[in-house]
Design a protein around this ligand. Structure first.
Ligand SMILES: NC(=O)c1ccc[n+]([C@@H]2O[C@H](COP(=O)([O-])OP(=O)(O)OC[C@H]3O[C@@H](n4cnc5c(N)ncnc54)[C@H](OP(=O)(O)O)[C@@H]3O)[C@@H](O)[C@H]2O)c1
Length: 187
């Protein structure tokens, strides 16, 4: 049984490429309504989400959305009982392939939405994205914060996306007041 046909990443970052501040909290300055609409619209089209233990999309559909929660606290795959979601699985990629995790979700083909944080975005950067949607709020800086990928800020998110074979589309303004833009980076 195959894994997902398509892997999409979704992130909103500060000018210096951060997802969250130095305490690990995503500040309200990185919550832009048009970006949230885009993000939740994308998730609604996806068959499942993947994220780390400290990330969660929220919203009315989240409770029942099939999901893979990455963790190193298990060896491979285990039902995430505490989530009260019959289709939430803990997954350690070091112990089980994505195809196997996808099969646990009862899926064959379809779209996986990867929603962070740092190491999860980094894991799938190595695995391969079909598209990575990178939103940026240019007037916010979060020095010492949680980066979108391991290797930021020594390298920019754009350098890393490009060095993994993704090409930038045209920037789209999501929010004129904050200058927030969205670029789709496609394989
Ligand atoms: N701005 C954005 O677009 C965006 C997106 C996502 C998250 N955020 C924010 O960023 C903050 C959290 O970021 P974070 O990077 O600390 O959290 P995270 O990725 O949600 O959680 C980190 C945990 O996930 C597990 N994990 C990550 N990579 C793994 C891998 N390759 N294999 C196995 N397990 C793995 C580990 O869990 P164990 O400790 O259980 O082993 C790790 O401690 C939150 O404030 C969140 O709201 C922002």
């Amino acid at each position: 049984m195959p894994g997902p046909d398509r892997i999409e990443g979704y992130a909103i970052v500060s000018a210096d490429g951060m997802l969250a501040d130095a305490t690990g909290v995503q500040p309200d300055l990185l919550r832009i309504e048009a970006d949230q609409d885009f993000f939740h619209g994308g998730l609604a089209q996806a068959d499942a989400a993947a994220h780390g233990r400290n990330s969660y999309e929220g919203g009315p559909q989240a409770a029942n959305r099939p999901r893979l929660i990455l963790t190193r606290k298990i060896t491979a795959l285990a039902l995430a009982l505490a989530r009260k979601n019959p289709n939430a699985w803990h997954w350690n990629p070091a112990g089980a392939m994505l195809d196997e995790a996808w099969r646990m979700l009862g899926l064959s083909g379809g779209t996986l939405a990867v929603i962070g944080g740092t190491d999860v975005f980094g894991h799938f950067l190595e695995h391969g994205y079909d598209v990575f949607y990178l939103s940026r709020v240019p007037n916010v800086r979060l020095p010492g914060g949680r980066a979108v990928f391991p290797g930021v800020p020594a390298q920019t998110p754009e350098d890393l996306l490009a060095s993994h074979g993704l090409k930038a589309g045209a920037p789209r303004t999501l929010d004129a007041k904050t200058g927030t833009t969205l670029i789709a980076w496609r394989h």
